[in-house]
Design a protein. Structure first.
Length: 310
């Protein structure tokens, strides 16, 4: 994975020719993409299954195609931002993809991305899959932190990189078409776990004389302080040594878990967001890893590992 990032703020209007772009999908994200490219001077052709949703974009200078096939025929660079992988296949079923560069920004799984890449290449197109790490208001906004993970055809990525960097920064994660989706889902999964913890924390205080707005800065700063643990975990995973750099070992974490559960009970809060993780820690401890860090629970999650535990 490259750390080289081209962001919207790093692309000047005079340094990039406004290549024409086709966008399939005028939902919230597709609309944001179209508006970002139009604002940067790119001619944009847009298609949406429900034509009325594209009317506002037509008023803003985009060309609205009657069919997906017509939209694909309009430009070499075709960006799909649709509901799901099945919708992409249905939309492009009758489109002539030969000689086209298809960039799929539709959320999907790694396996779907790999299959879609083979599908597109069999039809004569180059393929790039993407995972958008942003919400629509961040698109086309310099300094918002928005970026898109890309994987697949490196030649396509390099040729169109300046255009792709207009709505959001670009991050290349590999030639394997499934890697963008894999990184996307891995990051979203980590976010989901964090949100679960945040929800539990607020549930604990909500019936006490503690204002959520007063508690929020403490919570945010605490999570920020704990974030560097991801680097420790990465080092442990790469070295295979879960005892490296341990600050608070597994045995201590399991012992502390009892207090977390007891407090939840006292506060009348369900512990269902915590118990799956705490049970994993207990299982790993029972296998004799008390002096290690908690990173070893990754082993318990690997269902394809030799001797994987049920």
């Amino acid at each position: 994975m490259s750390d080289n990032v081209l962001s919207p703020s790093s692309v000047s209007a005079g340094s990039v020719s406004p290549a024409p772009v086709t966008v399939l999908g005028a939902g919230a994200m597709g609309t944001a993409l179209v508006r970002a490219w139009r604002a940067a001077g790119h001619p944009v052709t847009v298609w949406n299954r429900t034509p009325a949703r594209a009317e506002a974009l037509a008023a803003e200078g985009a060309t609205v195609a009657r069919t997906a096939a017509e939209a694909v025929a309009a430009n070499r660079l075709v960006v799909a931002c649709l509901l799901d992988d099945a919708t992409v296949g249905a939309a492009l079923e009758d489109a002539g993809l030969a000689g086209r560069d298809l960039v799929n920004l539709t959320t999907g799984t790694p396996a779907q991305a790999r299959a879609r890449a083979a599908w597109a290449e069999a039809r004569g197109a180059r393929f790039l899959d993407g995972g958008i790490m942003a919400v629509p208001p961040m698109i086309g906004t310099p300094g918002s932190g928005a970026y898109v993970l890309y994987s697949g055809s490196r030649a396509l990525f390099e040729e169109h990189r300046a255009a792709l960097a207009v709505p959001a920064g670009t991050r290349w994660v590999g030639a394997d078409p499934g890697f963008a989706a894999l990184h996307d889902v891995a990051l979203l999964s980590a976010m989901s776990g964090m949100f679960a913890g945040v929800a539990h924390a607020f549930a604990l205080i909500r019936r006490e004389d503690v204002a959520p707005k007063d508690f929020a800065p403490l919570l945010a700063s605490w999570l920020t302080a704990m974030a560097p643990h991801v680097h420790t975990a990465a080092d442990q995973l790469e070295s295979g040594d879960y005892g490296r750099g341990v600050v608070s070992n597994l045995a201590m974490q399991v012992a502390g878990g009892a207090t977390l559960l007891r407090t939840a009970e006292e506060q009348g809060v369900s512990a269902e967001l915590l118990t799956p993780y705490l049970r994993l820690l207990e299982r790993w401890l029972a296998e004799g890893h008390g002096a290690e860090d908690t990173t070893g629970v990754v082993e318990l999650l690997d269902l394809r590992r030799d001797g994987a535990r049920s």
